[in-house]
Ligand binder design. Structure first.
Ligand SMILES: Nc1ncnc2c1ncn2[C@@H]1O[C@H](COP(=O)(O)OP(=O)(O)OP(=O)(O)O)[C@@H](O)[C@H]1O
Length: 289
């Protein structure tokens, strides 16, 4: 893939805080027109990576975002990038209607009608002040404001924290249907892996400041396979060195294999593509050991 087709190219990306290496000389590419899930345990470096991409922190290494260096060309970059920072940035006194007015005034690519559509079926009425909203309603407002901006790169750091499951589902569905197209790229972090896996085109697992897996979902489905192994075939299956295994009732075991040719697995039991959550748990084994 050539560099121009990538929205983000990172090489030797390193961020050292006083007592912690948050990004450890890592490398990755994010192509245009993808929805990438950045997934990792607490403290893995997800937010740090996003902050580097947005030019919010100093760091070492090569990083190009939409062809620009976020350290030196941040203003220019921000015309094409949109992100949800801490939702606390909305002032408590502002009314919903005024917040919409404000963003419409400062952002040339803000689509007011779209924002109003996002809020149409919520309890967010124009006259309400932020201080009168619940935590989740503040997030809803924030998301509506941001999703109505036509940016080439949208960065979402735990966007649905504090939202109820109905809204979370609706949010991801809207993101896919009303926001995303092949010219846009979305990077999203979340711990609710199961909820986003159906909208992701790519996934990046990050651990101890390094991207340890970066793949599109299709390739992932070809590379990793889960087999439901009967007790009498368990030893044979174990010899193929599963990444992980877990017991099921009635003596069956689910084993997860990485890159084992299908013909070697065939016959051991029923096979299926692992869910992203199980894959994540298997890959991150030992994190809290
Ligand atoms: N401003 C800071 N000063 C010092 N250390 C920091 C700072 N910000 C982050 N860190 C450290 O860097 C590491 C990565 O933090 P980061 O916020 O990127 O993790 P994360 O993957 O987003 O985690 P979580 O899932 O818990 O939000 C952590 O060990 C954290 O303690």
């Amino acid at each position: 893939m050539n560099a121009a087709a990538n929205v983000v190219t990172a090489r030797g990306l390193r961020k050292a805080y006083k007592n912690k290496l948050a990004l450890d000389n890592t490398a990755f590419d994010i192509p245009t027109g993808r929805i990438v899930g950045l997934i990792g345990p607490n403290g893995a470096g997800k937010t740090t990576a996003l902050k580097a991409i947005l030019g919010l922190i100093p760091f070492e290494g090569d990083l190009k975002v939409l062809g620009r260096d976020p350290r030196t060309q941040r203003n220019d970059l921000m015309r094409d990038v949109c992100f949800i920072a801490d939702v606390a940035v909305l002032p408590r006194w502002i009314r919903v209607g005024e917040a919409i007015e404000f963003v419409a005034g400062v952002h040339p690519r803000f689509d007011r009608a779209k924002c109003e559509r996002f809020l149409a079926n919520t309890q967010l009425k124009p006259n309400l002040r932020v201080r009168e909203l619940s935590k989740g309603m503040i997030v809803q407002l924030h998301l509506a404001l941001v999703m109505a901006i036509d940016a080439r790169l949208l960065v979402l750091d735990e966007p649905t924290l504090g939202l109820d499951i109905l809204y979370r589902k609706q949010f991801y569905q809207r993101l896919l249907e009303d926001y995303f197209d092949e010219e846009k790229t979305i990077i999203v972090t979340t711990h609710q892996v199961e909820e986003i896996e159906h909208i992701l085109t790519d996934v990046m697992f990050i651990r101890d400041g390094k991207v340890v897996l970066n793949s599109d979902m299709e390739t992932l489905g070809e590379r990793f396979v889960e087999v439901l192994v009967n007790a009498d075939r368990a030893e044979e299956a174990r010899a193929l060195q599963p990444l992980d295994e877990r017991a099921l009732p009635f003596g069956k075991t689910v084993m997860l294999f990485d890159g084992v040719p299908p013909e070697r697995i065939a016959g051991l039991g029923e096979t299926r593509t692992p869910g992203l959550a199980d894959l994540f748990v298997a890959t991150m084994k030992g994190t809290y050991a």
